[in-house]
Design a protein around this ligand. Structure first.
Ligand code: FMN
Length: 189
């Protein structure tokens, strides 16, 4: 699939077939992530391929956020539980955006940016192979790290179910270019 077509036709999918995904295909999407650019080529990302049903169920529980006296449900919860594979993206901290051990910019650690680049490569590659994904960021990352035994100095950034889609989704609306693009200075059309 051509890159622009993949970008435009990818959708967030939250219903998956139980059809397994073979190792070769998983390796292809991980390879796409591996080739993402990163700050100073630091490649702070790490990926955990979860196939174990119990671990997927435990991860799905981390999507149920309890805040004050309300419970916030995540629409991707069942997808994490049911998809044949979940890819969890982790990051090594204080590598991306750092120079000689100090943050090089006022933005501090750039791990979110680098992991996002890798995961977007991964989801586009998955889509080009007929697989579905959804970036999942709204979950309790600390319990997720403990379930996955992520070591000190690393954190869990996002996860995505990976599998064959069991739904067809219309595109979500996007802002028009005229709303988000300026010329020469911010706000100038
Ligand atoms: C950083 C990030 C975090 C997201 N977290 C969640 C999530 O926790 N649960 C969910 O169902 N969708 C999540 N999404 C998916 C967005 O809702 C989705 O990308 C957006 O509505 C646009 O739809 P599309 O991906 O089909 O174009 C997330 C997307 C991004 C980029």
């Amino acid at each position: 699939m051509e890159v622009l077509e993949a970008i435009k036709t990818r959708r967030s999918i939250r219903k998956y077939k139980t059809t397994p995904v073979d190792d070769k295909t998983i390796e292809l999407v991980l390879e796409a992530a591996r080739w993402a650019p990163s700050w100073g080529n630091t490649q702070c990302w790490r990926f955990i391929v979860v196939r174990d049903s119990n671990i997927k169920a435990e991860l799905a529980n981390t999507l149920r956020l309890e805040r004050a006296d309300t419970v916030v449900e995540n629409p991707a919860t069942d997808a994490i539980r049911q998809a044949p594979v979940v890819i969890v993206a982790c990051a090594e901290l204080e590598k991306s955006g750092y120079y000689h051990g100090e943050p090089a910019t006022d933005k501090g650690d750039w791990y979110m940016f680098d992991v996002a680049l890798a995961m977007q490569n991964l989801v586009l590659a998955a889509h080009s192979l007929g697989l579905a994904t959804v970036h999942v960021g709204r979950f309790d990352a600390k319990p997720a790290a403990s379930i996955l035994e992520v070591p000190e100095g690393f954190c869990v950034v996002e996860m995505t179910p990976l599998g064959y889609p069991d739904q067809v989704r219309d595109p979500r609306p996007r802002k028009e270019l005229s709303q988000i693009v300026f010329y020469d200075k911010f706000g100038l059309k």
